[in-house]
Design a protein around this ligand. Structure first.
Ligand SMILES: Nc1ncnc2c1ncn2[C@@H]1O[C@H](COP(=O)(O)OP(=O)(O)OP(=O)(O)O)[C@@H](O)[C@H]1O
Ligand SMILES: [Mg+2]
Length: 451
């Protein structure tokens, strides 16, 4: 008996410790079983309390009366499937007549409390069937990506969503994207995750990092071209526009439309070209975009116009030529001058990290999902990396990328350095490898070492 008591105490203490220190392990060991039992036992009463039951139909009432049975009770939606996952439970419900998906969505906060889960979200699968995704713990507190994710060309698993699913950056579905956020909000870490995710793919990476290259130059071995100042950036973007025109010439040459060519085989973009002819897709990553749009002199203004025009052309025409833009900045609004809002309108994917004011959030979501603006402002300062990701459909999610360190990203890029394509048109911008020579007299003095 004593041994039994000791074993019970050890198990309870382990569960408590795991729940406190390692919620993901707690969920997999104990949490999932408790949650399944809790949901199944409480289901009827919780649905009733949340107002999600429907009164018995007429024929059931008549049947009860004829059979002299007690009056049947109200019924909750039928459970079609209950599936435990790595982070929570997925409950698929068949709605009763008279209910709609909005009833469930409106009650999701009440369901969360009633089932003692961390989060509950719902979505309609098809008419009359709703999926409730419940998470057992705060999955965004310590992001762990699942070991296995869907693989598809140009689709990068970049972050985790609050409902425990993986957030993908799919370049073929959403060619261009804008990432905004105040300083120290996690933009560069997000971009670093993208680079690490793209590194093993057949893609050319082009980087423009006007923060003197501190974010992207360490990853140089996987980059086909890099620019660390606005002058080089202007030339690099012109070269990309020239490359885009060449790709269009190639597509034109391949079209050769005759009456007997099936519709599906007419090439209108690089993905329709036969594999041996297909030019390698290019992802252009721009960090601190405002640096490209600021100017102090007349010459700089000309350079700025050239850069913004080239970016706008790439955003408008680049998709079919396999050129995708990934732009990061602290703000990206009309105060940066003409052409900016036109460029922003082409950037379909929107991600906003913590912002300090509503107008910055409006730059990301004001024109597509007004309620996401509020969510972006509410991101707490101590949850760096947390972001709101939306797209032009008006839907949005809370996401957080894993905390990939620069060292990890450098290792990934170096491991896949042999995949770096060499594009002739970008050759002048190919980063030189090796450690830069130390400057004889550094402009900034280091803090003297304390003895
Ligand atoms: N997803 C994340 N998970 C955990 N910590 C993060 C995450 N993203 C960022 N951080 C923390 O926030 C710090 C700042 O991130 P980052 O350099 O990406 O900010 P930033 O938005 O690029 O800032 P700046 O505008 O100044 O360049 C990182 O050093 C890291 O410690
Ligand atoms: Mg940064």
């Amino acid at each position: 008996m004593t041994w039994f008591m000791v074993a019970v105490v050890v198990v309870v203490a382990t569960a408590g410790l795991l729940r406190w220190r390692r919620p993901a392990w707690y969920w997999l060991t104990f949490g999932v079983t408790f949650a399944v039992v809790r949901v199944l036992v409480r289901y009827g009463s919780v649905m009733d309390a949340c107002g999600l039951t429907v009164p018995p139909s007429r024929w059931r009432l008549t049947l009860a009366r004829v059979a002299n049975r007690p009056v049947p009770e109200s019924r909750p939606p039928r459970i079609l499937r209950l599936r435990p996952t790595r982070t929570g439970l997925v409950l698929r419900l068949k709605l009763r007549p008279g209910q709609d998906a909005f009833d469930i969505a409106a009650a999701s906060d009440r369901l969360r409390h009633s089932f003692s889960m961390y989060g509950v979200t719902s979505r309609e699968i098809r008419s009359g069937v709703v999926e409730l995704r419940m998470t057992g713990y705060d999955v965004l507190k310590r992001v762990q990506m699942p070991a296995k994710t869907d693989t598809a060309p140009m689709r990068v698993p970049v972050a985790l969503r609050e409902d425990g699913t993986v957030h993908y950056r799919d370049y073929r579905a959403i060619p261009h994207a804008l990432t905004l956020g105040a300083t120290e909000s996690g933009k560069s870490v997000y971009q670093r995750n993208l680079v690490a995710g793209l590194a093993p793919m057949d893609v050319a990476l082009v980087g423009i990092d006007c923060k003197q290259g501190v974010e992207l130059f360490p990853l140089a071995r996987r980059f086909s071209a890099l620019a660390d100042n606005p002058d080089t950036a202007a030339e690099l973007l012109d070269a990309l526009v020239a490359h885009m025109e060449d790709v269009y010439q190639l597509i034109r040459a391949e079209q050769r439309i005759t009456a007997d060519v099936p519709d599906a085989e007419i090439a209108a973009g690089i993905w329709n070209l036969p594999e041996h002819l297909r030019p390698v897709p290019i992802v252009v990553l721009v960090d601190e975009v405002a640096e490209l749009a600021l100017f102090a002199t007349k010459d700089e203004e000309k350079r700025r116009d050239r850069i913004i025009t080239a970016l706008a052309r790439l955003a408008q025409l680049g998709r079919a030529a396999g050129i995708y833009l990934e732009i990061c900045g602290q703000r990206f609004g009309s105060e940066l001058g003409k052409g900016i809002t036109m460029l922003r309108a082409q950037l379909t994917g929107r991600t906003a990290h913590r912002v300090n004011d509503e107008s910055s959030a409006n730059m990301a979501f004001g024109d597509i999902a007004p309620d996401a603006v509020l969510a972006a402002i509410q991101i707490p300062a101590d949850m760096r990396g947390l972001a709101i990701a939306g797209d032009s459909t008006g839907g949005w999610h809370r996401i957080r990328a894993p905390h990939t360190t620069l060292r990890q990203a450098v290792n990934t890029c170096n491991r896949h350095a042999d995949r770096t394509p060499h594009l002739a048109v970008l050759a002048p911008f190919r980063p030189t490898l090796g450690i830069p020579k130390p400057v004889a007299a550094p402009a900034v003095e280091s803090i003297p070492a304390t003895p």
